[in-house]
Design a binder for this molecule. Structure first.
Ligand SMILES: Nc1ncnc2c1ncn2[C@@H]1O[C@H](COP(=O)(O)OP(=O)(O)OP(=O)(O)O)[C@@H](O)[C@H]1O
Length: 378
């Protein structure tokens, strides 16, 4: 019998293809009453990647992650984890996921070891020796081995976040889903947690959400940009910068006077716009926007050479991920980041257990998701 034509072969191919994608999200829709929070989002994440879900506040990142982890249901659409449907085969699918929600689900009156022991129970790790080795492993991975005896409430925010990561790692799931893992941390803690996530990426597929572009740029191999519930772009950070750019910036230093240099720039067909940045000791610094996406440095070289104006320095700069984000979402990065800062300060003021109204409703809903909209409608 020709193996290539057998049912078994087709099955093998199916398993291989499905396993290649650690997670597949197809046509995901989530409506809260009349409000469309997620509108037909599809994407697949291959094994071994660190993927960033990037978007401004309210874009639908947490909702998408909550559906991916099976925490809430979708209005329609499908999520498969390692080939298992999150709704139809939830036990197999959830075994593959370690989830860190935006507010880590910590029991503050437990010690780190007690809490992780409890998480082992929840994840079905029952043998004492297995539990011990599992706790040792995860505490070592997130560098909290010497904190095991400490009460969680006495830990700093950065260390609490590490405990949150440790609980996600119990059971060694191949897929980690991390919702805004650095929100509310101070700059040093942010650097540490980012480095930790990057190192975890060597052994796990990671999907993290963030509204911080520099974070996604620094950690992620691939970016999904979400705006108003829609996936508006996806690619590597480098490709996104290239693809959405119809112009480049050229930074130059030219020997001569600003009048001479402006004369060349004004008539150059390769330059759309320019700005004189500085003029000192007979050298002019210029920032120019190119008329096309092509690399026009050769052409500029010859134009300036013809006028006997030596170019001392010339650099080409592509559109940054910030510019791409602005173009796609129409939102200023600084604006988004300051809004997010205000929101996290608000959470901080309400105390650690003080979930925001939206979060509390989510936490309270237990499947019967009553929406703010519905509440308002009453
Ligand atoms: N239970 C709910 N009832 C009604 N609306 C909701 C509920 N949960 C979320 N939303 C709304 O859905 C939209 C998407 O929210 P989501 O939390 O997914 O956004 P996000 O991108 O994670 O933003 P953030 O970073 O602010 O959490 C928002 O407009 C939010 O107000």
């Amino acid at each position: 019998m020709n193996f290539l034509k057998t049912e078994r072969f087709r099955e093998c191919i199916k398993i291989r293809q499905e396993a290649y994608f650690m997670i597949e999200v197809k046509n995901l829709v989530k409506d809260y009453g009349k409000y469309h929070a997620v509108k037909d989002i599809s994407f697949s994440v291959p094994d071994g990647q660190i993927v960033g879900l990037l978007g401004p506040n309210g874009a639908g990142k947490s909702t998408t992650m909550n559906i991916m982890t099976g925490y809430i249901s979708a209005t329609s659409g499908e999520v498969k984890v390692g080939g298992y449907d999150i709704l139809e085969q939830p036990i197999q699918a959830k075994k593959l996921i370690g989830y860190l929600p935006e507010i880590p689900p910590l029991y503050e009156d437990m010690t780190v070891a007690e809490y992780l022991n409890f998480i082992c129970d929840l994840k079905g790790i029952r043998k004492k020796t297995e539990k011990e080795s599992s706790i040792d492993e995860v505490t070592e991975a997130v560098k909290i081995s010497d904190m095991k005896g400490r009460l969680i409430k006495n830990l700093s925010k950065g260390y609490k976040q590490r405990v949150g990561l440790a609980q996600a790692l119990i059971g060694n799931p191949p897929l980690l889903i991390l919702d805004e893992p650095t929100v509310g941390l101070d700059p040093n803690q942010i650097i540490e947690i980012r480095a930790l996530i990057k190192s975890l990426g060597q052994k796990h597929t990671i999907i993290l959400s963030s509204h911080i572009l520099s974070e996604v740029n620094a950690i992620c191999d691939y970016v999904l940009i979400i705006d108003k519930g829609t996936l508006v772009a996806e690619d590597t950070p480098e490709h996104l910068s290239e693809d959405f750019s119809d112009t480049d910036n050229i930074n130059m230093s030219v020997k001569g006077s600003s009048e001479q240099i402006e004369e060349v720039l004004k008539v150059s067909e390769y330059i759309r716009d320019y700005k004189i940045i500085d003029e000192k000791d007979g050298i002019v610094d210029v920032q120019a926007k190119t008329a096309t996406k092509e690399d026009i440095r050769d052409n500029l070289f010859f134009e300036f050479a013809e006028e006997k104006l030596p170019i001392i320095k010339m650099e080409r700069e592509s559109l940054s991920l910030e510019d791409v984000f602005l173009k796609l979402t129409g939102q200023d990065v600084e604006e988004v980041e300051s809004e997010a800062k205000k929101a996290s300060e608000q959470i901080e003021k309400q105390g650690h257990h003080g979930f925001s109204f939206k979060r509390k409703k989510k936490a309270d809903s237990k499947g019967t998701e009553q929406t703010e909209k519905e509440e308002e409608d009453k």
